[in-house]
Design a protein around this ligand. Structure first.
Ligand code: 8DG
Length: 147
């Protein structure tokens, strides 16, 4: 979706929504859920590790960078999980990809206040950021069928 606003020339400018990517890192039928450390209004709420895609960066490169920065792990990025989720009145969009850890790397919560490996049955035991609800729903069957 494009959002439009009227610029100084009176003509409509088109703005692409900012893309936020998240990694649903799956291991042994569990997904890694990470609790935000801030800002205060969302601190303690769970999300998928990730962040904003920078200019000129691919979504998969952004995910690999964010997983390295936030968790000190290397990941292989797989298929999309769930749909695009519009946030901030359409100014941003959340896209989540399945991922797996490479080289037996062990995640460290370098920027989050907590981390949990959740099975399908445990997905609802944490409070997710509101935008993540459709992604979590789409993830459930994937965890149940994961090898
Ligand atoms: N990483 C991530 N962000 C999410 C999820 N769900 C959700 O609503 N968000 C929101 C929270 C934030 O408003 C935004 C991500 O911004 P961020 O501040 O974490 O991104 P970033 O790591 O690039 O941060 P920065 O460079 O601006 O400090 O997306 C999710 O599952 N994962």
């Amino acid at each position: 979706m494009r959002t439009e606003r009227v610029g100084g020339s009176g003509q409509a400018e088109r703005r692409e929504p900012k893309v936020i990517v998240g990694a649903a890192i799956i291991r042994d039928g569990r997904v890694l859920a990470c609790a935000r450390s801030g800002p205060p209004e969302v601190a303690g709420m769970y999300e998928f590790p990730g962040g904003k895609v920078e200019a000129g960066e691919s979504e998969t490169a952004a995910l690999a960078r964010e997983c390295a920065e936030e968790l000190a792990v290397r990941v292989e990025i797989g298929d999309r999980v769930g749909r695009d989720v519009r946030m901030a009145h359409g100014r941003s969009v959340l896209k989540v990809y399945a991922a797996r850890l490479l080289h037996d790397d062990q995640p460290k919560a370098l920027e989050h206040q907590a981390m949990r490996w959740l099975s399908a049955a445990e997905l609802d035991t944490v409070t997710w950021l509101p935008a993540d609800a459709p992604i979590v729903a789409a993830l459930r069957p994937l965890l149940l069928t994961a090898p």
